[in-house]
Write a protein that binds this ligand. Structure first.
Ligand code: CO8
Length: 260
């Protein structure tokens, strides 16, 4: 049992709801990523669990993405360990046999957006204060090829090209328009809509749905699977550069100032 992830599995519906509760903003630290992976793996192995809904227990934020502090002033060894966990989270979720739905009840930048993109369907709260997108370039960093692939698979090449270069953070209405999310609902209906939608997905025979999902995603998954080590090297080499560390430091400063 963990404190940062709360899983409620309902035997009668075969659906698990995974709530992220890592204050203040569900940022994905090494420890938190590890907990997510352990919990997803447990559900994956439980054959009675057919559907997974991922949501946030925090107000206003689904997930702030990767914990920037895990990439700032850390040793190369630690960075490598962290990146391996990010890969693991993506691999587990993107290749899950469960039907997965992201109930996006708050902002979802960068790694948070990636996490929701691994799901089969995305429902977002229709609150114009929330944003979603792969905004890495705003931090002076670059979304890796498999982040890019996941986005291309969802919204196509041109939209991804614009979004990634400009670090676009979309409002819910804009996200719906480009297909980054599938549906908008009032804030208090995100989870209930996810439950209702899940029953539609679970009406499809599992084996047919699973094979189809795998057919769609396998080339993308294989690309990382066969390049994990070089992707880690690449990340560590990039993130530990002085110029990149400087950009991250400035971004952290900006986050603090914005608050004050
Ligand atoms: N990591 C670490 N700390 C964070 C993060 C984060 N991602 N996001 C917010 N925080 C901190 C803030 O600095 C603040 O700290 P403090 O209380 O000490 O001042 C605290 O969390 C609360 O944040 P806010 O006051 O900003 O909370 P709000 O509710 O006003 O806003 C947001 C929530 C919208 C999530 C806002 O915090 C935000 O925009 N955060 C930044 C999100 C972001 O840009 N994330 C990108 C992370 S990079 C990533 O995920 C992919 C990297 C791929 C690597 C590729 C390299 C090669």
């Amino acid at each position: 049992t963990s404190q940062k992830i709360q899983v409620d599995f309902d035997q009668s519906t075969s659906v698990a709801v995974m709530r992220m509760q890592n204050p203040p903003v569900n940022s994905l630290s090494l420890e938190f990523l590890t907990e997510i992976c352990i919990n997803v793996e447990k559900l994956e192995m439980d054959k009675s669990c057919r559907g997974l809904i991922i949501t946030s227990d925090r107000p206003k934020v689904f997930s702030a993405g990767l914990d920037i502090l895990e990439m700032y002033g850390k040793t190369p060894e630690r960075c490598a360990e962290f990146w391996k966990a990010v890969q693991e989270m993506w691999l587990k979720l993107y290749s899950s046999n469960m039907a997965t739905i992201a109930a996006i009840n708050g902002s979802s930048p960068a790694g948070g957006c990636l996490m929701s993109l691994t799901c089969d369907y995305r429902i977002m709260a229709d609150n114009p204060r929330y944003t979603i997108g792969l905004n890495e370039t705003l931090l002076g960093i670059v979304a890796p090829f498999w982040f890019k692939d996941t986005m291309v698979n969802t919204v196509g090449n041109r939209t991804t090209e614009l979004a990634l270069q400009l670090g676009l953070l979309y409002s819910p209405a804009e996200a719906l328009k480009v297909g980054l999310v599938d549906q908008l609902v009032p804030e208090d209906q995100v989870l209930t809509t996810a439950m209702k939608t899940m029953s539609k997905w679970l009406a499809i025979p599992d084996h047919a749905r699973q094979i189809t999902k795998s057919m769609m995603r396998k080339p993308t998954i294989d690309r990382l699977m066969s390049n994990r080590e070089s992707d880690i090297k690449n990340f560590v080499g990039f993130i530990t550069k002085g110029s990149v560390q400087k950009s991250l430091g400035m971004y952290l400063e900006m986050l603090k100032k914005r608050k004050a």
